[in-house]
Design a protein around this ligand. Structure first.
Ligand SMILES: Cc1ncc(COP(=O)(O)O)c(C=O)c1O
Length: 376
């Protein structure tokens, strides 16, 4: 039996998503920019997907820019807004798609960066944020909604209210939360938001940027007029259609999935605490209200087996990640765990759940961990 507990890295597409995409991979192949009937069919599908997504997140269709995923959405917004701002307030535990873009902007565009000092568990302190906003009026606030490594959940409404009160723009990377948490952008002060379909049981290579009406971005690509010149190249029609269908399904099953996934997370915390002496949980991971229910980051006691942990789990047909699923596959220490002052001699596993996981799978994983640590 294969156990897949790496849903923060990517998720299995809903079967219905594949069915929704199929026609756009076969009979409806027109270029949406073509003026003829074949092209118009795919244009209609894209505009329908835009409306569907916008309605679910409380936005206007014109505020949705289709991208190739979360990394692209983050880059298009951050690089695009850079010419009109001089200071960015962010946090040291953002995803590399944000963090590296910010460092680039600091170097190339002379944008000043301030990183907030976080609470011990990695939570953003609203007091520190307000202090920074007062110190740098007009700064752009960039804070992720759900952390992909330790699961910390941002107090989105409170941050949005704070930014509104001080009249500053707020951008959030919501790649780990869109499709898992209902978000109503019509009642939030958010200038930009990034989302990615493959994190909510949609296809890879499709995502979107929510861009508040009236926000001006400079395009970062040259030579493509698609998506108001902000995204690039001929649209991934099947991906866009699949993403909208995935969000619809996720939206309909929010409550049911939340209950199931939260139960899995609580069960895993309980099983690990009872079975592995000295186990701890990173960041706010084990705090059900302050973390996303899909992610549980576990800190394991120092042990000679830790180096081979993921390898041994993989041999047992159990797929998990150490911190995040790093694109290069390199086993470097995570910047998030470093920022949280995690003892690097301890092992780390990020378990991330979906509606497809079962308690039986969790029991199997914990039993395997006990085997590896020779606890039986
Ligand atoms: C928080 C966060 N932001 C951005 C990304 C990048 O998304 P994509 O893979 O769609 O480029 C990820 C993917 O792991 C993520 O977890």
């Amino acid at each position: 039996m294969h156990v897949y507990l790496d849903n923060a890295a990517t998720t299995a597409s809903y079967p219905d998503v594949f069915e929704a995409m199929r026609p756009y991979l076969s009979e409806f192949y027109g270029n949406p920019s073509s003026a003829h009937n074949t092209g118009r069919k795919t244009r209609v599908a894209i505009e329908q997907a835009r409306k569907t997504i916008a309605k679910i997140i409380g936005a206007n269709a014109s505020e949705i820019i289709f991208t190739s995923g979360g990394t692209a959405a983050n880059n298009i917004f951050l690089q695009g807004i850079a010419p009109s701002i001089s200071h960015i307030i962010s946090s040291p535990i953002e995803h590399p798609a944000v963090l590296h873009t910010l460092t680039y902007l600091d170097k190339i565009q002379s944008i000043n960066l301030s990183f907030l000092t976080l609470e011990k568990d990695g939570q953003v302190s609203l007091g520190n944020l307000e202090e920074a906003i007062l110190k740098y009026p007009g700064a752009l606030v960039v804070l992720m909604h759900g952390n992909n490594e330790v699961g910390n959940l941002l107090l989105l409404e409170k941050v949005s209210t704070l930014c509104k009160r001080h009249n500053c723009n707020f951008f959030t990377d919501a790649v780990q939360t869109i499709g898992h948490y209902p978000i109503n952008l019509s009642s939030l002060h958010i200038t930009g938001l990034a989302a990615s379909a493959h994190k909510f049981h949609g296809p890879k290579g499709a995502g979107f940027l929510y861009l508040k009406q009236g926000t001006k971005l400079s395009g970062i690509y040259h030579g493509g007029a698609q998506e108001r010149g902000l995204s690039v190249g001929t649209e991934n029609v099947a991906g866009i259609v699949g993403m909208a269908r995935a969000l619809e399904i996720a939206h309909l099953s929010y409550v049911e999935d939340k209950q199931h996934i939260e139960m899995l997370k609580k069960t895993m915390i309980d099983l690990l605490t009872r079975s592995i002496p000295g186990v701890k949980f990173n960041g706010s991971s084990a705090n059900i209200t302050n973390s996303i229910n899909t992610v549980l980051s576990v800190s394991l006691p120092t042990h000679e087996q830790n180096e081979m942990l993921l390898f041994n789990l993989d041999l047992a047909n159990i797929s998990v990640s150490a911190g995040s699923a790093c694109a290069s596959g390199a086993a470097t220490e995570s910047h998030v765990l470093k920022a949280l002052k995690h003892d690097s001699k301890r092992g780390t596993i990020r378990f991330s759940f979906s509606y497809l996981n079962t308690v039986e799978e969790l029991r199997r994983v914990v039993k395997k961990l006990r085997d590896i640590y020779k606890l039986d």
